[in-house]
Every structure is written in C-alpha cells, then in structure tokens.
Design a protein around this ligand. Structure first.
Ligand code: 5GP
Length: 195
C-alpha cells in the first residue's frame, strides 16, 4: 500500500533493537484518515471472505482494528492482557511473549464474545516474531471459531513472524513489508521496492 509506505518513510523512526517507531500516525497519535484507507485496503484484500468479527490485542491494535471494522461492518473484540495468576471460568486464555517488553503474559477473551460460528479476522499494527498473532490464533482455535486470516499494517519481513504464520497455513495480508531498515542512515527498504 503505497500511501502507507510513503508515510512510514516520511515519519517512521528507526530505533535500536529492530524497533520501528510510528508514534506520530499509528501507535500514539493516530491518523484516522490513513486508518480509513487501511480499512478499505483490508476489505479489498479479504473481499472473497466472510468475516463477522475482528479480533485484536490491547493496546496498540485496538484503534486500527476499530476503523478496519467499520469497513467490514462487524464488531471488534480485543484480547486483554492480564497478570492474574488464576484466571477463573468463562474466558479463553493463551500466552504471548511481548516483542517490545520481552515479558510473557496471558491474554484472555470472554467466552461470550467468541465461539463456534464466528468467522474471525485478526488485525494488528505490527508483525515481528509472530507471538501476538499466534496467541490470538490459539484463542480462536480454543473457541471453536473459524480463523479467516490476519491483517497486519506493518510486517518486519526480516523477522520470523511472517514466515511462521504463513507456514501454518494462515492467510496473512501485510500492507507494508519492511525488508530492511538502517538505524544510522534512516533508510527503509520495502518488499516490492525496485532495486
Ligand atoms: P510479535 O508478537 O509479532 O513479535 O510482535 C508484534 C507486537 O509487538 C505488535 O502487537 C506490536 O505492538 C509490537 N511490535 C513489534 N515490533 C514492533 C515495532 O517495530 N514497533 C512497534 N511500535 N511495535 C512493535
């Protein structure tokens, strides 16, 4: 998606540890006009699929998922992160290792909001090592719902997540795939860029 790639080149900041900061339009301040275009692009890419629910993970996935959901006319459920040791009763749970914080935490979704008959599209802002998507896919599986696919705004193609998720047969659509980024020069190369 050219509009998105141009914006990443213009406003993205490359940090140590393979972290791309896009706080001015995606992760802190949110450019809703751009989000609308992202929503339309996901709708176009998944036009052949039936989706009745979008699932994301708190916190940074929620904003983008809500705008994407407007294109699909479906509700959004977000998995909550919890540190509660004994999670009681009516929730599905799985574990996620955080890329940005390096911790493992539990994520939960109430059983009343996900289950058999649901056709679920996962949406998240970033794909790095694939742990967040794997955790969300595990919740979908546990619930008996059908996983339609996953939509990612920015995939870091030099990390293992994309390959991991695709190798599991999950349909993955990433709107911008960063092949490399250089902290020193600030240069970002996207998959599909001409050499
Ligand atoms: P994964 O689980 O694929 O390793 O990492 C995905 C999650 O980590 C995303 O939900 C996102 O919040 C966060 N993340 C991973 N890499 C980056 C990055 O380069 N920049 C930002 N802002 N978040 C990232």
């Amino acid at each position: 998606m050219q509009l998105l790639k141009d914006r990443i080149r213009k406003d993205g900041k490359i940090k140590a540890g393979n972290v791309l900061k896009v706080d001015s339009f995606l992760n802190h301040q949110m450019d809703i006009k751009l989000f609308e275009e992202v929503g339309k692009e996901f709708k176009r890419r998944f036009a052949d699929m039936e989706v009745n629910k979008i699932l994301t993970i708190e916190a940074s996935g929620i904003g983008i998922a809500c705008v994407v959901a407007q294109s699909f006319h479906v509700p959004v459920v977000f998995a909550k992160k919890t540190q509660t040791k004994n999670i009681a009763g009516d929730v599905y749970t799985s574990k996620v290792e955080s890329f940005t914080h390096g911790r493992v935490y539990d994520i939960i979704v109430a059983k009343e909001f996900l289950g058999k008959g649901d056709k679920v599209l996962l949406i998240d802002d970033f794909l790095a090592n694939g742990k967040a998507l794997e955790g969300l896919a595990a919740l979908v599986e546990e619930s008996g719902a059908e996983l339609v696919g996953a939509g990612i705004v920015i995939e870091k193609g030099f990390q293992v997540g994309g390959e991991l998720i695709r190798s599991q047969g999950i349909r993955l659509e990433s709107l911008a795939i960063v092949e490399s980024m250089d902290e020193e020069s600030g240069e970002i190369v996207f998959r599909g860029d001409k050499a």
